[in-house]
Write a protein that binds this ligand. Structure first.
Ligand code: IMP
Length: 432
């Protein structure tokens, strides 16, 4: 009986898919608990590189059943196209292997249109969303007007309700934003077909997880995005609309906290962010450009260049507290190779003073982005390393400066690093 939760500790794109992929071989169920097709991870199957947005990262392991949980919002068109792409490569996406919680909410094209219209209306203050309809569909979830995956069980009725929802969204598009409306009938017809296709995949997700845990199986809970994009604990309003933290796994999948055996926080060796909002350690210089280039820091979902900066341990300590992290998985350490000097933010200061008590433990998210703008990072400098580390498989074989970098993170954050990514390939990692 054990659930392992994997969460992002920064602004997403930490390489969670990679870490989940490594753990999935020992899991019997891999379950995604939040977000929608705003997320993206890259998988390599049969020599083909696929960008997946909804399908859990465990899909390549025939031994693990995959579940899209109740906390996820589903674009059925995307899900079906991913299933088709994977199936073409010989990956099992049958209902026996890939399951969809009946309580997951359904994204309509008009949710996407509303996302785009709202961003446009915001002008200069746009959030930089992925325009996948995430904000509007979670808003409709809270307003209790959405369709859920379970509604697809009666396709005719589902299609009728799709048409009604599209009409309701159209009114908002027209009246609130003066935006183009979408024709309800073709969408209803499309969603009828999606429903017929997805019915065999529908399950009671919470019951599936509960049965697996009761049978002593390992359930791997896969989070999307990262702590600072969390709706409650992130840099609001520059956040996504779901619960990204470890607690979100319990709510999003429907099981209790006593079942959790490990909580793993994934942290990139530096920091990136896509979209607008505060980023204290952002590098707007050549070093930032080098990290972006070497780390290939361009969005999986939107292709946008990611903003890059130094690692921020104030954020990481915040992530440890909010998620109850037991372990850290440090990714992309190899990207820092070749930088002469490295910096890590160890605290923040305001008006030239480190404000006590214990600013070091404090990430000022709750008072909003205006308060955050008053803070500056306090850096510690560490030596860099020149050597290529992509072939290293034992932590003791890393250059001394790289070992020091990892050890300093552990020391200042108080959580062990149990995984170090030293290259993009599956085997390019140090595990302990
Ligand atoms: P939304 O989730 O599309 O509403 O976008 C809200 C914010 O979250 C934007 O800044 C997006 O760039 C960011 N975001 C959403 N999903 C991801 C992700 O998977 N990685 C990184 N940023 C993301």
């Amino acid at each position: 009986m054990s659930a392992i939760i994997v969460v992002g500790t920064q602004w997403g794109d930490e390489g969670k898919g990679r870490v989940v992929d490594g753990l999935a071989r020992e899991a019997q169920l891999v379950a995604r608990f939040n977000g929608g097709d705003n997320a993206g991870h890259t998988v390599v199957a049969e020599g083909h590189t696929l960008k997946l947005h909804l399908t859990p990262s465990g899909i390549l392991y025939p031994t693990a059943t995959c579940l899209i949980g109740a906390g996820v919002v589903v674009n059925p068109e995307r899900l079906i196209s991913e299933m088709d792409e994977l199936a073409a490569l010989g990956v099992d996406t049958s209902p026996a292997h890939l399951k969809l919680s009946a309580a997951a909410h359904i994204i309509l094209p008009t949710h996407r249109a509303l996302d785009g219209a709202r961003e446009e209306a915001r002008g200069q203050t746009a959030l930089g969303t992925t325009k996948r309809g995430i904000g509007p569909v979670y808003a409709d979830k809270a307003a209790r007007v959405n369709l859920r995956a379970g509604d697809m069980a009666r396709p005719e009725h589902f299609a009728e309700r799709v048409a009604e929802s599209v009409q309701a969204h159209n009114r908002r598009l027209k009246e609130q934003y003066g935006a183009e409306t979408l024709s309800p009938q073709p969408i209803a017809a499309q969603y009828y077909e999606y429903a017929r296709r997805l019915i065999p995949h529908l399950v009671d997700g919470s019951a599936l997880v509960g049965r697996a845990l009761a049978a002593g199986k390992t359930v791997l809970c896969e989070g999307a995005q990262g702590l600072l994009l969390d709706l409650d604990h992130g840099t609001y309003p520059y956040v996504t609309s779901s619960s990204v933290v470890s607690g979100g796994a319990l709510a999003g999948l429907g099981f209790g906290p006593q079942q959790v055996s490990r909580i793993i926080g994934v942290v990139k060796a530096y920091t990136t962010r896509v979209g607008a909002g505060p980023f204290l350690t952002e590098l707007l210089d050549e070093t930032g450009e080098q990290i972006r280039k070497v780390g290939n820091e361009y969005g999986t979902t939107t292709g946008r260049p990611r903003r890059c900066g130094w690692l921020d341990l104030v954020i990481l300590r915040y992530a440890v507290r909010v998620n109850g992290l037991d372990e850290l998985a440090l990714t992309k350490l190899d990207v820092l190779s070749g930088l002469e000097q490295l910096k890590i933010a160890v605290a923040y200061e305001r008006d030239g003073e480190r404000v006590q008590p214990s600013v070091a433990e404090y990430f000022p998210a709750e008072f909003g982005v205006k308060a955050l703008a008053e803070w500056r990072p306090v850096y510690e400098e560490l030596p860099g390393w020149a050597d290529d580390i992509t072939g290293v498989r034992d932590r003791a074989d890393l250059p001394a400066a790289a070992q020091e970098y990892v050890a300093r993170i552990e020391e200042l954050v108080g959580v062990p690093v149990t995984f170090i990514g030293v290259g993009p390939e599956r085997e390019q990692a140090i595990r302990q």
